[in-house]
Design a protein around this ligand. Structure first.
Ligand code: GLU
Length: 574
């Protein structure tokens, strides 16, 4: 009898229309729509961790930390507890936006000349570039201040994934393969990520029991285990004497980090940046990130223009980057209010005409005295190219809390040095400082200073209600990716999935605008006629975003293709 009922049910099910692929929560799908909470990350395991936290009654901050910790396992070349990041979050109860700065700091022994004369590549794989880890303190502060879970509870999904393993995909393989030369030169890294001397093959199961154990110990002992305790001592020892493979000729410079630097580290609550744009409020990350100020200034410039298309998008970004490079860093006196003022934006916007400006354009003068059209006289600061690393996730919960969270270890693979026995790579975030000499540059290294970031987790509000959250990896292209998503959505009228999928271009006050092939195909002729010079960048960004569509309905969106595509999930599918 049971059998009959079962097969009748099966017939019935087969008569129903096939569920769209995006409804299968066991697969990576870039779009999910529904109720009760939503998440988008680059990774299915991380998104699932967030959803399981939400389903068990956790809030968006709990879920963001749980997902971030899983990304430390499955995306270990972009994220880790020894890295740093920025979170912009909306606390629905307080109806207020907060931001958490979990950026790494320079050790106290570092000064403006510490990187001078060092080739950039040598800085990348070194103890010197390892900043004091911020991410663990960030998770701890986020949970204590805004979460409901303990650190141990939030780490549990990551412990599970690290112990049972995850299936190696093409992205993980490619990222490992791109790092083989330097991973080989570090004994602890080769042992973990080059089993049998080569990257783990696609389709194999990769386990990281040492990282599972590190998370377990943190769950038991708390963050003090790193910020002054045994794990901290091991990190300092690794930074000072990286475990270089015998016979390697690589010059792996030691770092300056001391245990006292770890003891002194604090994640910080900061005021968000805020601009009003087309009747909405856009909140972002203040310095030491340049994300909020640069996205915000560019939006203000666009708002001051009579029309907005791709040409205007590129020009606004060009000008905002000139100002970012000249004025933003982790130092007192960043003219944030003026950079985000409408007066300054108008003065900058009036430089935009039908022809592309010639980069590098000079920074403007955010001094509070704005004429109708001032020609800037300052000197442009060059911008270093940055890679495609880092990760971003978004979460919303059933109470209306929203989190946009960027986390990173800087280069893909950080500084390439795994802390022996702990299963975690160190960051090389301090390469985000200007190496110098560069007198007057706001981003020179200094004791305890945080390197300027481009991370731009962003929340958009309409009449006080959150409507959209977005962010991306990609070094300084993070800023242009977020800006372009907002332009696509709000100026060009695309849906959010289309706004993310659309081909990208990035103009950061450089002579040439980098653009993806599909962007070149579509806009090259039009833009070259206006004097733009375009060059191919095969892939820009790997964004995640979400949008509230009506009172409780949320659409979570990840990349359909870039970086292998991301994973959007909701608690209760529509
Ligand atoms: N270190 C970069 C930043 O803070 C993020 C890493 C990257 O995407 O290059 O801007």
């Amino acid at each position: 009898m049971r059998r009959v009922i079962y097969s009748a049910a099966a017939v019935l099910i087969s008569l129903l229309p096939a569920a769209p692929a995006s409804a299968d929560p066991q697969q990576k799908n870039p779009v999910a729509e529904g109720y009760g909470g939503a998440v988008a990350t680059v990774d299915l395991d991380a998104s699932k961790a967030a959803i399981s936290v939400l389903k068990r009654g956790g809030n968006a901050v709990d879920a963001a930390v749980a997902a971030g910790a899983v990304l430390g396992v499955t995306e270990p070349y972009s994220a880790g507890l020894t890295g740093g990041g920025f979170m912009v979050l909306y606390d629905a109860k307080q109806r207020r936006v907060f931001t958490i700065d979990g950026r790494e700091t320079a050790p106290r022994a570092m000064n403006s000349t510490s990187f001078e004369g060092i080739p950039f590549d040598e800085g990348v794989t070194s103890g010197l570039s390892a900043g004091v880890p911020g991410t663990l303190a960030h998770w701890d502060l986020a949970l204590r201040r805004f979460g409901t879970l303990s650190l141990g509870q939030a780490l549990q999904p990551a412990i599970d994934v690290a112990s049972r393993g995850f299936v190696v995909d093409q992205t993980f393989y490619d990222q490992t393969a791109a790092n083989v030369a330097r991973f080989k030169d570090i004994t602890s890294t080769a042992a973990l990520y080059l089993p049998n001397g080569a990257p783990p093959p696609v389709g194999s199961v990769f386990r990281n029991p040492e990282l599972a154990n590190t998370y377990r110990e943190l769950a038991r002992r708390g963050p003090g285990w790193l910020y002054g305790g045994r794990l901290g001592k091991e990190i300092v020892a690794t930074v000072k004497k990286p475990p270089v493979t015998p016979g390697s000729t690589r010059n792996v410079r030691p770092g300056l980090m001391e245990l006292s630097d770890l003891r002194a580290y604090r994640a910080l609550l900061r005021e968000p940046t805020k601009v009003s744009y087309n009747g909405m409020d856009v909140y972002g990350m203040a310095p030491p990130s340049s994300g909020g100020s640069t996205v915000g200034e560019a939006l203000n410039i666009l708002e001051a223009l009579p029309k907005v298309g791709v040409h205007e998008y590129l020009e606004a970004s060009r000008l905002a980057f000139a100002d970012r490079n000249a004025y933003v860093g982790d130092l007192p006196g960043v003219p944030l209010r003026e950079l985000l003022s409408d007066g300054f934006a108008k003065e900058r916007a009036c430089l935009i005409g039908d022809r592309a400006l010639t980069s590098p354009v000079a920074p403007g003068n955010p001094d509070g005295r704005y004429g109708p059209c001032a020609t800037p006289t300052g000197t442009a600061t060059p911008i270093a190219d940055e890679g495609p690393e880092t990760t971003h996730l978004v979460v919303a919960d059933r109470w209306g809390n929203v989190v946009a969270y960027n986390l990173t270890i800087e280069s893909t693979g950080g500084n390439g040095i795994v802390v022996p026995g702990r299963g975690v790579l160190l960051n090389n975030e301090l390469t985000d400082f200007t190496f110098g000499p560069a007198p007057g540059d706001p981003n020179l290294p200094g004791p305890g200073k945080r390197p300027r970031s481009s991370m731009a987790p962003t929340l958009v509000f309409d009449h006080g209600r959150p409507v959209l959250a977005a962010g991306s990896p990609g070094g300084s292209t993070i800023i242009t990716t977020v800006l372009q998503i907002l332009v696509n959505r709000y100026e060009l009228g695309m849906s959010l999935p289309d706004a993310l999928a659309a081909p990208r271009a990035t103009q950061r006050n450089t002579a040439q605008t980098q653009a993806e092939q599909a962007f070149l195909d579509k806009y090259r002729t039009e833009l070259e006629a206006k004097g733009h010079s375009l060059v191919l960048n095969p892939e820009i960004g790997a964004a995640t975003a979400l949008e509230f569509r009506g009172r409780d309905l949320v659409q979570a969106v990840a990349e359909p293709v870039r970086r292998g595509g991301g994973s959007a999930l909701v608690v209760q599918p529509r």
